[in-house]
Design a protein around this ligand. Structure first.
Ligand code: GLP
Length: 240
């Protein structure tokens, strides 16, 4: 558990941790996340690529989740988010960037194929995670199985409300389901790096770290992970 003075410091440290993985293993497999939290981390990785030559040419990525029904060209899709906020600014081979396909005709087959692609890539070296206000990781909402694999989840009212701020004017068209790596998929990563900043995450952070291991707070599953780093700021850590 690393508590930084503010989100900026937290993101700089997270970028250093991710960059180190890439430097030590140029063919690293990175698990990536969307949301507001990692934006500054991605900016810092872009800066490290530009100024320090951080090389992504052999890196493979797998994103945690994607809205069902949104094509990658949709401005609110997570594929689009990743293209805009990271991929198009670094020297990554787009064919090595994976985001679940929310428009797949057979969603169950897409879930199975996503798991297979992760396995074929040799597993995830470091999985970046945010934390939902209700304790979700990826789109694994409370009460789902802690052993789940990539699956389709119905989003909770709270998550729909929280994410509608980001979804903006199009919020009525906001999908109510998503494909997400399961909690079991996430726990298989060799290392996890969860970021949670700000006062809105206090309760989820406290439960995740000090509460019981329980499906009501999917983030608490990280208590079982042998190499999990949780990066907080003073606000999100206030309940510990
Ligand atoms: C979304 C994403 C999560 C993310 C969470 C927190 O629901 N599926 O991966 O961690 O929201 O988002 P934010 O970082 O914007 O608080």
């Amino acid at each position: 558990i690393l508590i930084q003075p503010n989100p900026e410091a937290g993101c700089l440290l997270a970028a250093k941790i991710m960059a180190r993985v890439v430097r030590e293993k140029p063919t690293a497999v990175l698990g990536l996340a969307t949301g507001r939290t990692p934006l500054q981390l991605y900016n810092e990785l872009i800066r490290m690529h530009r100024d320090d030559g951080l090389d992504f040419s052999k890196v493979t990525t797998f994103n945690l989740d994607e809205y069902v029904g949104l094509p990658g060209t949709h401005p609110q899709s997570y594929r689009h988010f990743m293209d805009e906020h990271l991929f198009r600014h670094i020297n990554i081979d787009r064919a090595r960037t994976h985001v679940p396909d929310g428009t797949a005709a057979d969603l169950q087959a897409e879930c199975r194929s996503y798991e297979q692609r992760i396995a074929d890539a040799g597993g995830i070296d470091i999985q970046l995670l945010g934390l939902g206000r209700n304790g979700h990781i990826g789109f694994n909402e409370p009460t789902g199985s802690l052993r789940s694999r990539t699956w389709v989840k119905i989003l909770s009212e709270q998550t729909l409300r929280d994410n509608s701020e980001v979804f903006g004017s199009d919020e009525r068209g906001m999908p109510k389901q998503a494909i997400t790596m399961g909690v079991g998929t996430i726990l298989d990563a060799r290392q996890c790096l969860l970021l949670a900043f700000g006062p809105s995450k206090v309760r989820a952070v406290a439960h995740m770290i000090e509460g019981p291991l329980a499906a009501i707070c999917p983030g608490s599953a990280l208590q079982m992970h042998p190499r999990a780093i949780v990066l907080l700021d003073e606000n999100s850590a206030a309940g510990l």
